[in-house]
Design a protein around this ligand. Structure first.
Ligand SMILES: *Cc1c(COP(=O)(O)O)cnc(C)c1O
Length: 404
């Protein structure tokens, strides 16, 4: 993804061509980038060849999931809907893990019927519910327990999941208690210890702390887990300041851990696989000049891409067509929705913009379309997958008549 003759281009496809052919806002993915990310992820951990379960909640577009499957990944799902779409994409049930604090009885029944790799449980009550279903079905069900390791992921507080005040996982004391119970059960197989401490983690140190907690706990329990599921959370370079997650260090930390623990590692990456593979192209509807700043009013809004409004996340904005005219005016890039938080970014240095220009919001592949909504009865945008110079529509723009 780069500028060629000052026009933003994905693979061999200029985005100029895209906006001539399609309406905006529109999500554009690069197939090559998806393949590259997966191949790099695998390379980083190739000494212990982990099972990689793509986090379906980060992007649940069926065609994207098919692409993920073709590259050999499994899936991490958090609802029956996600489990269904992962199966529909052709992902083997033996490569699917199911996480989440509130799986319903019908979701658990479905997962048990499909014989998925693991259900990662997050409470004592859930474990008992699974046991009751397994008993009825006369099955022994493979489960994991998600530990809350009380580790600070040093990320945005809204996407931190591994501290004791967060709703996720089971604390150490209860973990030991329920493990004993499961080992005695005729209907449950304790196969996995799982953790997931948060998202957009750029520092390897929280992972080191998390691994230390696991190491101690497993030694204390004197039990060998077939699988250790380390979750996802590896961050990406949204700011483009080269602060990248150090995969080499994380790999070393895990290799050291594996010297004492003969388990298969599972990962559940979302963002690190799909985050930087897509852009959102939007047209400037109006420019409203103000004394202190100009409001750049886009045709994209928080319903299309929610991360800035939901978490205060900052995504780089760049022009579709580069010109050599820089302004020091403050630009506020905002959407048309009736909410003050419907704002993508504030900039103090940008090229001079005009109405009807196009801009690009970067790195929207993860938690982009999967978080989108129909707020203000706005149809969800189209999504295209670029493969070389070919354009495949992988989601049609919703029609108003389907919403009304
Ligand atoms: C969201 C989530 C992930 C994926 O996190 P990323 O930061 O996108 O890698 C993995 N595991 C669980 C349990 C999750 O909830």
């Amino acid at each position: 993804m780069k500028y060629i003759n000052n026009i933003f281009t994905i693979e061999n496809c200029s985005i100029n061509k895209v906006v001539e052919k399609f309406e905006t806002p529109i999500f554009c993915y690069s197939q090559k980038k998806i393949k590259e990310n997966i191949s790099n992820f695998k390379k980083n951990f190739k000494s212990f060849s982990p099972i990689i379960c793509f986090s379906t909640k980060s992007n649940s577009n069926l065609e994207i999931l098919k692409e993920i499957k073709r590259n050999g990944l499994g899936a991490d799902v958090v609802s029956k809907g996600e489990l269904m779409i992962a199966l529909k994409a052709g992902i083997s049930s033996k490569k699917i893990v199911f996480s989440g604090v509130g799986k319903t009885r019908s979701e658990l029944i479905y997962a048990i019927e499909k014989n998925i790799l693991l259900i990662n449980c997050e409470s004592k009550s859930e474990i008992l519910e699974i046991e009751r279903i397994a008993k009825l079905k006369k099955k022994k069900v493979d489960i994991g327990i998600r530990l809350n390791p009380n580790t600070d992921a040093k990320t945005l507080k809204q996407i931190s999941t591994g501290k004791k005040e967060n709703k996720f996982g089971i604390n150490e004391k209860t973990f030991i208690e329920v493990s004993r119970y499961i080992k005695e059960s005729k209907f449950l197989n304790l196969k996995c210890l799982s953790v997931h401490i948060g998202s957009q983690i750029l520092d390897h140190k929280p992972y080191q702390k998390m691994i230390n907690v696991l190491d101690k706990l497993i030694k204390k329990m004197d039990f060998s887990f077939e699988y250790i599921d380390l979750g996802g959370g590896m961050g990406i370079d949204y700011k483009k300041d080269n602060k990248k997650f150090d995969f080499k260090k994380y790999n070393q930390i895990i290799k050291k851990f594996l010297v004492n623990h003969k388990s298969k590692i599972i990962f559940e990456p979302g963002r690190s696989i799909i985050g930087n593979t897509a852009i959102l192209v939007s047209k400037i509807l109006y420019i409203k000049e103000n004394s202190k700043k100009d409001f750049i009013i886009l045709d994209a809004a928080m319903n299309d891409f929610m991360r800035p409004a939901l978490y205060g996340a900052k995504h780089k904005i760049i022009p579709l067509k580069k010109i050599n005219k820089i302004t020091n005016k403050t630009y506020d890039f905002v959407g048309p929705i009736c909410e003050t938080t419907d704002k993508f970014l504030s900039t103090t240095k940008f090229q001079k913009l005009n109405e009807k220009d196009y801009i690009i919001i970067c790195d929207v592949g993860a938690y982009g379309t999967s978080l989108s909504s129909n707020y203000n009865i706005r149809p969800k945008p189209a999504e295209i997958l670029i493969k070389g110079s070919r354009i495949n529509v992988i989601k049609k723009r919703q029609k108003l008549k389907d919403l009304i």
